[in-house]
Write a protein that binds this ligand. Structure first.
Ligand code: NDP
Ligand code: 2IT
Length: 445
């Protein structure tokens, strides 16, 4: 890293002590920028890089709520409004006990570059809470969402900040959040949240978009090497929104998915995962993936198992950050993996990502590979603004074009900066350039 960039990284480290995930994400991006700064040193002027790594606004608030037995609980709510140079802050809300300031800031920072890569007018943000929805009744989740929105609403708006879902936040939660926003503001402001149900102004394909988009991206990486998806054996970690629709699209395109997981364990089905069962267990019944084998006794459940030990051609880490480490990457490479698509945000540790790239594996970083979700959120905003609703086929075609364009942008940028095939450098430089140019145009604000 050049001296100027490593000085900036030192400032980030001093200013954000203990925020491990944020520092990891910031270091990864800054480490990619050397060739860009060498070509365009003026990007260091006006302290653009330093301004870019500092969030515009960080909100932390108390979320009190009452459970079904009448006990009062207190959680912490967050919204990081990282950068609005390209458009209103945009990014999901995560409800998971592991949420803290460092996790929120890494997600908002990644989101900023991801959103830039989509080419759509959206800035970067992220929010959430350390609330754990597991085992909570529908009524408890509703009361939590209402309390959360009672504080957050004042910071939102279709031109200001537009949240969506992430881990633990899906259509049900977005519905309760939107209901409370509408009630407090007395405005049916559809464009203030995305990922809404179809009954309240949601868009077709948003549910499927992250998973489908990740498969489209990997398809492009394979095509760039003269290879294709059909017949490939795949492993997809997680069993949530991203994992489910990754599996669906892979199966539609003729690949075979042999494993998925949740935080308790791994299901291995060598005949191919039965997606109807996963969808019913996880989307409808909110149960554990272990129950899959009760319905499909030939499949195997490995409680506490490591999904990355299973041999595959394509790996889709789609659960959470740092879920795939250097040792896992070595194992996957030894087992002949040819491509990795990060469905989750930063699921591969820095050592894992390096291992893949050094081994010549096509590695699609999250900020490119999983951008289909937020891109389709921006399409939902377009539909809301024009009071229109597009068909599934039309929206899916738009998504697929956007993923093709992101692939081309990352691929060409990597080649331009002398590291052909390195999608990490391609995505980081291309995303950074878009945000930096917009910030410079806006002046010192
Ligand atoms: P869901 O809540 O729908 O599913 C999350 C899945 O990951 C569950 O199977 C969950 O298992 C597992 N998981 C979560 N945390 C952990 C953990 N700490 N250890 C092991 N497994 C875990 O979330 P999504 O599918 O929406 O999100 C998955 C990833 O994709 C996240 O990184 C998210 O940021 C990213 N993403 C999501 C987008 C979206 O549109 N939803 C868009 C782009 C990226 P369990 O049920 O046992 O907790
Ligand atoms: O990480 C992500 O890109 C998301 N959780 C989706 C964000 C969005 O605004 O749709």
């Amino acid at each position: 890293m050049t001296e100027a960039l490593s000085e900036i990284l030192d400032i980030v480290k001093r200013r954000n002590p203990g925020e491990g995930e944020f520092l990891q994400a910031a270091e990864e991006v800054l480490a990619s920028l050397d060739p860009l700064i060498a070509k365009q040193p003026e990007l260091l002027q006006q302290r653009l890089v330093e301004r870019l790594v500092e969030p515009e606004r960080q909100l932390i608030f108390r979320v009190p709520w009452t459970d079904d037995a009448g006990n009062v609980h207190v959680n912490r709510g967050f919204r990081i409004e990282f950068n609005s140079a390209l458009g209103p802050y945009k990014g999901g809300l995560r409800f998971h006990p592991s949420v803290n300031l460092g996790v929120m800031k890494f997600l908002a920072f990644e989101q900023l570059f991801k959103n830039a890569l989509t080419g759509l007018p959206i800035g970067g943000g992220k929010g959430g809470s350390d609330f754990d929805p597991k085992g909570r009744s529908d009524a408890e989740v509703m009361r939590f969402c209402q309390s959360f929105m009672t504080e957050l609403y004042r910071h939102l708006g279709e031109y200001t900040d537009v949240p969506a879902g992430d881990i633990g936040v899906g259509g049900r939660e977005i519905g309760y959040l939107f209901g409370q926003y509408k009630r407090i503001t007395n405005r049916y402001e559809s464009g203030v949240l995305t990922g809404k149900g179809l009954a309240i102004g949601g868009a077709l394909v948003r549910t499927e978009a992250t998973g489908y988009g990740c498969v489209y991206f990997v398809e492009q990486m394979l095509a760039a090497r003269g290879d294709a998806l059909a017949g490939k054996t795949c492993v997809v970690s997680g069993a949530g929104n991203v994992a489910i629709y990754t599996i669906q699209k892979l199966q539609q395109l003729g690949a075979k998915v042999v494993a998925c997981s949740d935080s308790n364990g791994v299901v291995y089905d060598q005949d191919g995962i039965k997606l109807d069962t996963v969808k019913r267990l996880k989307e409808v019944q909110r149960r554990r993936i272990a129950e899959y084998v009760e319905l499909h006794p030939k499949a195997e459940y490995r409680g506490g198992g490591n999904i990355w030990d299973i041999p595959c051609d394509l790996a889709f880490p789609s659960a959470t950050q740092n879920e795939l480490n250097g040792r896992d990457a070595q194992r996957l490479v030894a087992n002949g993996v040819v491509a990795v698509g990060e469905g989750a945000n930063m699921p591969c540790t820095p050592t894992a990502a390096e291992t893949f790239i050094e081994a010549g594996v096509a590695f699609g970083p999250g900020k490119a590979a999983n951008a289909g979700g937020v891109a389709t959120s921006a399409l939902e905003m377009q539909q809301n603004a024009s009071r229109d609703a597009w068909t599934f086929a039309y929206t899916d075609e738009r998504l697929s074009e956007i993923m093709r364009d992101i692939h081309t942008l990352c691929y060409e940028t990597a080649a331009e900066f002398g590291v052909p095939g390195n999608y990490v450098v391609g995505a980081n430089i291309a995303g950074f350039r878009k945000v930096a140019v917009a910030m410079r145009t806006l002046g010192v604000i």
